[in-house]
Design a protein around this ligand. Structure first.
Ligand code: NDP
Length: 608
């Protein structure tokens, strides 16, 4: 179905908005299902657990820890690394990071699939560039370089010395008599810490689609976050996966991961089936190497903070007069702002602004759909690659080789018309009643998002008087700044929600929270306080403030096609209204929190 002709210069074409909305709704309805998150299979503790095995680092035996540390942090990804770095800068020497992977890196430890690279510009995405003196090699760095940056931070701040790898926390409980946290792990550790931090990340538990027969497949299969280079050949740096030259490969899923991996698979495999349930929106990437001479001119003291603030101001408002980063995200905001500015000031009601936002979205998505037709030679494939939803309903993707990959002989899109794979058999997969025989199935099926926090973290934090975090949050997340939780003294969360909530550049939230935690812990240690905790009143006031905002943007739009952004299209319940950020936006939050921690008063926290 074509709603507009496919001539270039899309902005000039007239768009039939009502027809588009009807198409969006029809495509969504096709995909809505009653089982929501339950359509996916849990791997941990099941017969599918082998999909979680670490293919990257050998397991090393060690003696259990029974000692005491000043700060224990769960998760060795960006959150743990930047918090560890800020703690060290604040003079806290004893910092232990506990990580289930075999090294630092978190997302970038696990996701080594071919073509993995960041989607937000490296200059602001990669943490602590200025502190480590690293110049990103490309505008959008590839995964090996980001993993190396993680290792660099680990080395520079001596975070390796006390880290526990291949270790999963099973229990973390506050001992009020001793004023310490007691941490137990799956490696038999039982040690104590004065302070704890949680940076377990939103996307670290791989999931498989609950396709009937998934256990029956007799060929080779793996999840993209556990890439089996021993089977495929090649390497994370993009080396040709030569062992696939005689293989028929299926990749199931067409989200952000698949978009990056498919061009490499298309180049290497004898036959490649890209099995699609919902197309991603794939806009222009425009990657390029970073010129050291140019970098030398901009990398003056304080450069990364300036770039971070400039990106956030372009994204979230804050009077930016220039756009240093110039990527897909700032382009998106610029378009929306430009559209809103066409409305006369006296007519700028919230309704009119939302309508302008919708208009700019229609235009952008028409452009992205036209791109598929311009690039993909086979007309039916091109039509099937068109994404029929608003851009922020699903993770926007940017790539200059994904759509082109469908022009490679041997690469075929298997569109399932929103229904997904029907069945997996011993020999392959079935779509619309037809069996496709393959040697290997790669699951690009994503990560658990909407499941319970304690299931994803692997434990439930136990605070004062045995209070579980799941109980404290039974009616929704409650914190101050997204960091402190009443009833959980000396514990800190490192994540975006209820803080800046800047989703387009998550590391900015994390580095800033690391700074806050460094300041709070330094104060507690300076004054000899054994405990620091947000008061009940301060937490309630913060939650009340959050609820004065506009609420969640796209998550609440009912026309969105299902996915993890909108709880697979199911009502997330009343608790989800608390999954928001500072009402005045990210720029205002970062300014506010900087004043809060620099005032030295730490308003709302009780030091005892
Ligand atoms: P996603 O959850 O985004 O994608 C999973 C894919 O599997 C979807 O296309 C989904 O279809 C498909 N799928 C699920 N069940 C079936 C089924 N039964 N049959 C066929 N297909 C099925 O996972 P990703 O790993 O791609 O990405 C996860 C997130 O990680 C991204 O959204 C992004 O936030 C992040 N990421 C970031 C990157 C970056 O910054 N560069 C790169 C890669 C990932 P459907 O859409 O219909 O549900």
């Amino acid at each position: 179905m074509t709603l507009v002709d496919d001539a270039p210069a899309p902005a000039k074409r007239s768009i039939d908005k009502e027809a588009l909305k009807a198409k969006y709704r029809a495509e969504r309805d096709k995909r809505l299902r009653t089982d929501g998150n339950n359509q996916y299979l849990q791997l941990k503790g099941t017969h599918l657990e082998h999909y979680l095995q670490d293919p990257y680092t050998a397991f090393v035996e060690r003696a259990p820890k029974t000692d005491h540390v000043t700060f224990a942090f769960v998760g060795g990804g960006f959150a743990g690394l930047v918090t560890g770095a800020r703690l060290k800068e604040a003079g806290v020497e004893s910092v232990r990071i506990i990580e289930k992977g075999g090294d630092f890196g978190g997302t970038w430890y696990w996701n080594r699939y071919p073509g993995a690279q960041c989607d937000t510009a490296s200059m602001i995405y990669m943490p602590l560039l200025e502190e480590t003196g690293h110049m990103p090699s490309e505008k959008y760095a590839h995964a090996p370089e980001i993993l190396e940056q993680c290792q660099r931070i680990g080395r520079q701040y001596d975070l390796y010395d006390d880290a526990l790898f291949h270790t999963e926390v099973e229990d973390m409980a506050w001992d009020d008599a001793r004023k310490v946290w007691v941490i137990r792990t799956n490696r038999g550790d039982e040690f104590t810490a004065q302070f704890v931090g949680l940076g377990t990340g939103p996307l670290h538990v791989p999931k498989l689609p609950g396709i009937p027969g998934i256990e029956d497949f007799k060929g080779h299969s793996f999840h993209t976050s556990r890439w089996d280079y021993a089977y495929t050949g090649g390497d994370p740096k993009g080396g040709l996966m030569e062992k696939l030259a005689d293989k028929r490969v299926a990749i199931i899923g067409t989200g952000a991961t698949s978009v990056q991996a498919v061009p490499h698979l298309a180049r290497a495999a004898k036959e490649l089936y890209v099995v699609q349930r919902t197309p991603s929106s794939v806009d222009v990437r425009g990657n390029h190497p970073i010129d050291p001479e140019w970098f030398a001119t901009i990398a003056t003291p304080g450069w990364q903070q300036r770039w971070l603030e400039n990106f956030t101001a372009n994204q979230a408002g804050g009077g930016a007069t220039e756009d240093l980063v110039m990527d897909g995200w700032t382009d998106l905001s610029r378009r929306i702002r430009a559209k809103i500015e066409t409305i006369p000031a006296e007519e700028r009601t919230p309704m009119a602004m939302l309508a302008a936002f919708e208009d700019s979205d229609f235009e952008k998505m028409e452009e992205i759909r036209a791109r598929a037709v311009q690039i993909v030679k086979d007309r039916e494939t091109a039509e099937n690659l068109k994404a029929w939803y608003r851009q922020l309903c699903k993770r926007p993707c940017f790539h200059d080789a994904y759509l082109q990959a469908f022009n490679t002989p041997g690469t075929q899109l298997i569109d399932t018309d929103g229904q997904g794979v029907e069945r997996i058999t011993e020999k392959g997969f079935v779509v619309a009643g037809r069996e496709y025989e393959v040697d290997c199935i790669i699951y690009a099926s994503g990560f658990e998002v909407g499941t319970e926090y304690k299931r994803r973290a692997g434990f439930d934090l136990t605070g004062r008087d045995g209070l579980k975090l799941s109980e404290a949050w039974a009616e929704g997340m409650k914190t101050k700044h997204g960091i402190h939780v009443h009833g959980f003294p000396n514990a800190f969360l490192v994540q975006p929600t209820q803080g800046a909530n800047l989703i387009s550049n998550v590391p900015h939230n994390l580095t800033d929270s690391g700074r806050t935690i460094g300041a709070v812990v330094a104060r507690a240690l300076d004054i000899g306080a054994r405990e620091v905790e947000v008061t009940q009143e301060a937490q309630e006031a913060w939650v009340a403030l959050l609820l004065t905002g506009m609420g969640r943007m796209m998550g609440g739009i009912s026309d969105c096609t299902p996915g993890y952004y909108n709880n697979e299209g199911q009502d997330p319940g009343p608790a989800a209204k608390l999954n928001v950020g500072y009402p005045q936006g990210a720029t205002a939050y970062f300014k506010y929190i900087d004043g809060w921690r620099n005032s030295g008063e730490f308003e709302g926290l009780a030091f005892r």
